[in-house]
Structure formats: structure tokens, C-alpha cells
Design a protein around this ligand. Structure first.
Ligand code: ARG
Length: 463
């Protein structure tokens, strides 16, 4: 028979090529801490229900602890011939303690790997939430340091209306905070214990699923154990994998959009900001160049994060219930999403943290009176003019300024009044930026009072 764990019914072992093809230990070894935690909880449960003795449980626990220490010290020998992280650890345990032969009682690698991954997701979501918090804090600090700076807001990348820079930064904060909350939801979805589902149909042995769930922290807010409700779904389900990758992909989209704004703002054409040298690189040819590489890579990584999501969706879509070996391919995209999202959040925090605002350039750009053309239409509305007529009249005023080659606010009052009788002698007061911002008092608007409220809100959230 074959030497493999499952070798009983085989007369020959797998081909060397098959071993290379089917191994996953090269990438799933990072699950070792979760695999060992799962095995300790499972063996504790086996002892609890009397399927193994307390001595056997203790021997298994001691053996697993020693193996974990060896792995952490980099002294563990991972072997391709044992396929995956689960069998490598079980084989190593078998060499140490005879009771190892009982560890896999009432368990399959199918519910084992599902458990390892759910434990991984709970951990990973926590790590990523903290890293996103880091980027959020960098944003709040940038807003604090530049609380009085105004810039044009853009639609279609054309100057639209003036906003406080802090309002723009807080828009990014909203995006990142949704990403953080999404990760909390993914962690909640992962919070159901698969163990006890077995390969597909549970077990005939008298196990206690709630005991294992509790031991592994698969509990609700009140500490009640949460176990999955259908053994077939449990070993086939990869929803959390997809949700995790989707959360990473959407964070990537947000990071990419932020990066795109930063790239534009740091160009000579805008120069609203100077990016930190530490997150830029030079050109091998052009000595003057300072390129926004961290931002460009954030944009690039978002493509990769989307690719990981797509891989998982495609992997799952055609599979018959329940477990199929295809599913082993679920891990590389998940781990890559974790690693890249973590690094992107850190790099975003570093780039934002070192960004310098060029106040003079922001001031010059926001001084463009055309940014207040909408406010001029609002002025007419307040005189009782219908908005559509007001819009048309202001459009004609803009055209007149263009024809005369003067700024919108430099037109003669008489000329403006000729366009529409609703313009009073005070029409040019509209072009006071301070007045324009102060009038924006509603929730979510860029007026100073509202932005102040947002400062307080974010300080509280990020304290
Ligand atoms: N390495 C496998 C995976 O990640 C573990 C589950 C193997 N199960 C099986 N029936 N061959 O999917």
C-alpha cells in the first residue's frame, strides 16, 4: 500500500509530478497556527465526550505546542510529499506521540481546512481593519494641519465649486471607513464553526460541536457558540473567501481613486501638494523627475486585488456540491489579497502622512470666480427668479465675461444687469469665498460649521 495518510486502498504512491502538481504546503503552511488551534480544540472536544482519554489529549496538546514552537523558530521541515499543512503537522505529531493516530477522529480535511480558513479570516480582518485605521488617522492629521485651506472641487475633472480641502479628505475617510466596516462584516460571516461537518455528512460518533466552537472563539456577542447549520454547505461554501476578496478589491478601488487624486494634485499643473520623497522615486535618465510611484502602485495593485476576486468567483461557479479539489486553489488569491491590502493600507498611510499642502497654489486655484457661478444663480433664485431661468442668465454672464476677456466678477454691473434685471447692485458680493462657504450649512456640506462637526466626529471615531 502507499505510504500516504490515505494510502490504504492504493497499491502505488502518487507520481512525483502529481506530488508537485497537487501540493499546497508551499502556500498553506501559513495556516499552521490556525490548524494547530483547531486541532487542540478538536482533541479537547474528543476528550470531553470520552472518545480519547485526558492523557491522550494532553499528549496531543504538548506535541502540537512543540510543533508550533518549531514552526515559529523556522526549524520545522515542511515536506511536499505530505501535500498540505494539515498532513505535515499530523505526520510530525505522529512521530512524537502515539495518540496522534486518534486526532483525526470525527474530522475530515474538508471541515478542517474550512475551519482553518475561517480562523484566518477573523484574524486577517482584524489586522486589515487596524491598518486601514492607520490610513484614516493620517488623513485626519492632514485635515487638521490644513483645516483652513480651500481648493476647487472637481466634476469631470473640471473646476466645479469651492470646498474646504478637509471636506475632500473627509470624503476619502468615508470611503475607507466603509471598507473597514465591510471587513468587520466579513469577520462576522466567518464566525461560524465548521468542525463536525466531516467530509460531507458529519459523523456517527457522539461529538459536541458547540464545545469545539466555544473553544475556538466561534461565539456570538453573548458568548454562545455558533456552529454551521448544514454539513454539505459547510464543506462546499466559499462565500467568505469571496467576500474577503471583494472587501479587498473595493478597498483597492478606493485606494486607487485616492492615489489618482494625489497624482494629479502633485503634478506641476496642479501642485496642490508635494508628496513625500520617501514614497517617490526618481528617473534613471531625467534628473529633475520625482515620480509618484507609491500612488501609481496603489492604482496598479487595485487591478491585482480585483483579479483575486475574479479568480475566486470563477473557481466556485461551476462546482457541484460539495468539496472538490479545485477548491485548494482558493488560498493563493486570498493570501495575496491579505498581503497586498495590508501593504497598500500602510503605504497609503505613509504617503498621506508625509504629504505637504502647497497653500499658495490651492489659494490661486480656488480664487477662480467661475467656481461661484452656481452661487450667482442661487442669488437670482433668492430674488424670485426660477432656477432654470437663473441658470440660463448666469450662463450668458459667463459667456459675456469670456467674450470680454475678463474675470466673471470683473464685469460691469450695468452689463450684468442688462443680461438679467434680477441682478442688484450687490451682485458681486456672491464672489466672497468666505460667504459662499458659510452659506453651506446643511449636513454633509462643505461649510465651515459642518466641517467642524465632521472634525469632531472623526476625532471621536479615531481617538
Ligand atoms: N489542501 C486541501 C485544500 O486546501 C485540504 C482539503 C483536502 N481535502 C480533500 N478531500 N482532498 O483544499
Amino acid at each position: 500500500s502507499s505510504q500516504a495518510t490515505w494510502g490504504g486502498r492504493f497499491s502505488a504512491g502518487p507520481a512525483e509530478l502529481m506530488l508537485q502538481f497537487s501540493e499546497s504546503v508551499s502556500f498553506d503552511r501559513r495556516l499552521a497556527p490556525f490548524d494547530i488551534a483547531g486541532s487542540k480544540a478538536h482533541s479537547a472536544m474528543l476528550a470531553h465526550v470520552g472518545l480519547i482519554t485526558k492523557q491522550e489529549r494532553d499528549a496531543i496538546h504538548a506535541g502540537l505546542d512543540a510543533i508550533l514552537a518549531e514552526i515559529a523558530a523556522g526549524k520545522f521541515t515542511w515536506e511536499t510529499k505530505f501535500e498540505d499543512v494539515h498532513m505535515n503537522i499530523e505526520q510530525a505529531l505522529t512521530k512524537r506521540v502515539p495518540a496522534a493516530a486518534k486526532l483525526h477522529t470525527a474530522r475530515s480535511r474538508n471541515d478542517q481546512v474550512a475551519t482553518d480558513m475561517r480562523l484566518f479570516f477573523k484574524h486577517a480582518c482584524g489586522v486589515l481593519q487596524e491598518k486601514i485605521r492607520g490610513a484614516e488617522r493620517a488623513l485626519l492629521a492632514a485635515a487638521e494641519a490644513n483645516a483652513d485651506v480651500l481648493i476647487p472641487g472637481y466634476t469631470h475633472l473640471q473646476r466645479a465649486q469651492p470646498v474646504l480641502l478637509a471636506h475632500h479628505l473627509f470624503a476619502w475617510l468615508e470611503m475607507l471607513e466603509r471598507d473597514r466596516q465591510r471587513l468587520a462584516e466579513v469577520a462576522a460571516h466567518a464566525n461560524w464553526c465548521p468542525l463536525g461537518s466531516g467530509a460531507i455528512a458529519g459523523t456517527t460518533l457522539p461529538i459536541d460541536r458547540e464545545f469545539t466552537a466555544k473553544a475556538l472563539g466561534f461565539v456570538d456577542a453573548k458568548g454562545r457558540p455558533q456552529v454551521t447549520q448544514n454539513s454539505m454547505d459547510t464543506v462546499a461554501d466559499r462565500d467568505v473567501f469571496i467576500e474577503f476578496a471583494a472587501a479587498g478589491a473595493l478597498f483597492g478601488v478606493h485606494a486607487s481613486r485616492i492615489a489618482e487624486d494625489l497624482i494629479l494634485w502633485s503634478s506641476a499643473e496642479f501642485k496642490f501638494i508635494e508628496l513625500p520623497d520617501a514614497f517617490c522615486t526618481g528617473s534613471s535618465l531625467m534628473p529633475q523627475k520625482k515620480n509618484p510611484d507609491s500612488c501609481e502602485l496603489l492604482r496598479g495593485k487595485s487591478a491585482r486585488l480585483q483579479g483575486n476576486l475574479h479568480t475566486l468567483l470563477t473557481l466556485a461557479k461551476g462546482l457541484p456540491l460539495t468539496y472538490n479539489r479545485d477548491l485548494q486553489e482558493d488560498k493563493p488569491p486570498v493570501f495575496d489579497t491579505f498581503d497586498q491590502t495590508a501593504m497598500c493600507a500602510d503605504v497609503l498611510a505613509g504617503t498621506l502622512g508625509g504629504m505637504e499642502v502647497v497653500r499658495a497654489r490651492c489659494g490661486a486655484a480656488v480664487a477662480d470666480p467661475a467656481l461661484l457661478a452656481t452661487d450667482l444663480a442661487d442669488y437670482l433664485v433668492m430674488q424670485g427668479v426660477a432656477f432654470r431661468d437663473a441658470h440660463h442668465a448666469v450662463g450668458a454672464v459667463v459667456k459675456l465675461a469670456e467674450t470680454n476677456g475678463v474675470a466673471l466678477n470683473a464685469l460691469a454691473t450695468a452689463d450684468v444687469q442688462q443680461v438679467h434685471a434680477g441682478f442688484g447692485d450687490d451682485w458681486a458680493q456672491v464672489f466672497d469665498l468666505k460667504r459662499a462657504l458659510t452659506k453651506r450649512t446643511g449636513t454633509g456640506m462643505p461649510g465651515p460649521a459642518q466641517v467642524k462637526r465632521q472634525f469632531a466626529r472623526w476625532r471621536k471615531i479615531l481617538k
